[in-house]
Write a protein that binds this ligand. Structure first.
Ligand code: GLC
Length: 571
């Protein structure tokens, strides 16, 4: 595929929809979603108009981290189905003109993966070096407190090192102890991963979302990190975020896996990536990945104290997006997201999930989608699904929430209420409550007992109601997808941020040749007038989209309103 903007860049005008299969639709009544459930709901996705489906992991897994701990890369977990059902889903997706990408989790495997089982069998194992094994710290007894090879803390609480009695050594796990990190320094590891990726592409999948892919290259010296006061473990990120050989590995992967294949999509999840690094990762000439998920805009409401909720400042959010838009304007490409399976629900976080839920969900959708970049919709976002009413720690299932709670409360002496209030606002389980299909028991997600409780608000917020209501969030998202497909200025236009110091309005223009779009979103429940230089000209321009019934008066926005104007400029 070639267009005026270069070969194989079809994903610039595409919208991706993320399915978290465990929570999407359960066809066999065991309380956990499955592939058959996805097949049964393809109409909903086709109706939305999305181009690509991204499936969170469905491979065999002990499910310690809901499938992000893989014990066999080339099969399907029986809880989700089997390879035949997968092939059926792939064919049905393609038949509807959509593509399907897989989640690629190769920073680590499960500790139950045969590679790790072999590696663990002893120091002479041919696969010993496939993982990071290290002796205890010099002069310390194996297994003694503080004898871990480095002082790093794991993302899920506790040390990043697990002690293995059998050999008296430790293995590295940046995530849970059931997710040992692969050693990408070893060329055999890399070749095994590339072969597996080719196997999926040969099967017909259309690309990969690459889990924490900027963590795969580690500084082999594994230096200690700085230990902040009052914390049990250090952040070791300097040794493994965007590490020394990361660009080499990604380029090699590109050569070995993607080169010569058409129309694929690769998106790298990259916590801690900077704009400058992203420019290198996504420069098409360097042949690494097509786009990255950055984390700056989902960090604006986090402060230095991880257990305090920091209110959102719109100016900060705009500064972050503005920097990314400018940084990748000429080289590289942005991905755009509010939500995924690791983030709380956008309407609860950045909008108003009470009185203005519908208006604010639409406003957020429009403001995000009309930036330059490829938008990602996470299941339920198109319904304006909200955070869940978790009461106490017993309501959470996520290994991150449980591990961090244990560390903060038991090891660091934090107050349980403080920790809970952050988990309620930011915890990952907010995104993982089952998809709300209808107003029946368990929201039509399952006939059994759901693995995580359905949000009680499914009586009001559900797909059946949304599809039937032309003014729903769903139909507004459908129009956003359509606008990306039909208006080249949305895809290719230059981006210019307006009113950067305004704390309520998010305003920008997109310009391509003689077409200019103006997008203004009101991030507040007040009526606010946008003071723009060329307000008079804009006020009479075509109104392409808005989320309230009465058209706005001269750039005056009602509560949580968004307006999108279009004008033709004379050259
Ligand atoms: C990524 C995934 C997250 C998972 C982690 C470890 O951040 O999105 O869900 O827990 O990697 O695989």
């Amino acid at each position: 595929m070639t267009d005026a903007w270069g070969p194989n860049r079809w994903w610039k005008s595409a919208v991706v929809y993320q399915i978290y299969p465990r929570s999407f639709a359960d066809a066999d009544g065991d309380g956990m979603g499955d592939l058959r459930g996805v097949i049964g709901h393809l109409d909903h996705l086709q109706g939305l108009g999305v181009d690509v489906l991204w499936l969170s992991p469905v491979y065999p897994s002990p499910q310690d981290d809901n499938g992000y701990d893989i014990s066999d890369y080339q099969d399907i977990d029986p809880a989700f189905g089997d390879l035949d059902t997968f092939d059926e889903l792939l064919a049905a997706t393609h038949a509807r003109g959509m593509k399907l990408i897989m989640d690629l989790v190769v920073n680590h495997t499960s500790d139950e993966h045969p590679w790790f089982v072999e590696s663990r069998s002893g120091p002479d194992s041919p696969k010993r070096d496939w993982y990071w094994w290290r002796p205890p710290r010099d002069g310390m007894a194996p297994g003694a407190p503080g004898a871990e090879p480095t002082n790093w803390g794991s993302y899920f609480g506790g040390s990043t090192w697990a002690f293995d009695d059998a050999t008296g050594e430790y293995y590295l796990h940046l995530f849970s102890r059931k997710q040992p990190d692969l050693n990408w320094e070893n060329p055999e590891v890399r070749q095994a991963v590339y072969a597996m990726m080719r196997w999926w592409l040969d099967r017909g999948v259309d690309g990969f979302r690459m889990d924490v892919i900027n963590h795969i290259s580690k500084d082999p010296a594994l230096p200690d990190g700085e230990l902040p006061m009052g914390t049990a473990y250090a952040n070791g990120g300097a040794a493994f975020l965007n590490g020394p050989r990361i660009h080499e590995f990604l380029h090699e992967m590109h050569q070995e896996v993607f080169a010569g294949r058409d129309a694929l999509l690769s998106v790298g999840e990259m916590p801690g990536v900077t704009v400058e690094q992203a420019k290198l990762y996504t420069d098409p000439d360097r042949q690494e990945v097509d786009m990255v998920f950055q984390f700056d805009h989902v960090s604006v409401d986090r402060g230095p104290d991880p257990w305090a909720v920091v209110p959102l400042r719109l100016t900060l959010l705009k500064a972050v997006f503005g920097r990314w838009q400018a940084g990748l304007a000429d080289v590289g490409w942005n991905s755009l997201y509010w939500n995924n399976h690791d983030q709380p629900r956008a309407v609860s976080r950045y909008g108003d999930d009470g009185r203005y839920r519908v208006a604010s969900a639409k406003m957020l959708g429009a403001v995000l989608h009309l930036h330059r970049g490829t938008p990602y919709v996470y299941q339920g976002e198109e319904l304006g699904m909200t955070n869940a009413p978790f009461r106490d720690i017993g309501d959470f299932r996520d290994i991150e929430a449980l591990g961090q709670y244990a560390q903060a409360v038991e090891k660091e002496g934090r107050s349980p209420e403080d920790v809970l209030s952050v988990l309620r606002a930011r915890g990952r389980d907010n995104a993982r409550t089952p998809m709300q299909w209808d107003d029946s028991a368990h929201a039509g997600f399952t006939t059994g007992t759901p693995w995580l409780a359905v949000n009680p608000n499914h009586k009001e917020i559900n797909a059946a109601a949304a599809v039937a209501d032309p003014d729903s969030v769903y139909h507004f998202y459908r129009r956003l997808v359509e606008l990306r497909h039909t208006e080249p200025a949305v895809v290719h236009g230059d981006f210019r941020m307006l009113l950067p110091h305004h704390e309520q309005l998010y305003a920008y223009t997109r310009r391509l040749d003689d077409t200019e779009l103006l997008v203004i979103g009101n991030f507040s429940a007040e009526v606010v007038r946008a003071e723009l230089e060329d307000a008079a000209a804009w006020a009479s321009a075509e109104l392409v989209l808005t989320n309230v019934a009465t058209p706005p008066e001269s750039l005056t926005l009602g509560p949580w309103q968004v307006i999108v104007h279009r004008r033709r400029l004379s050259r």
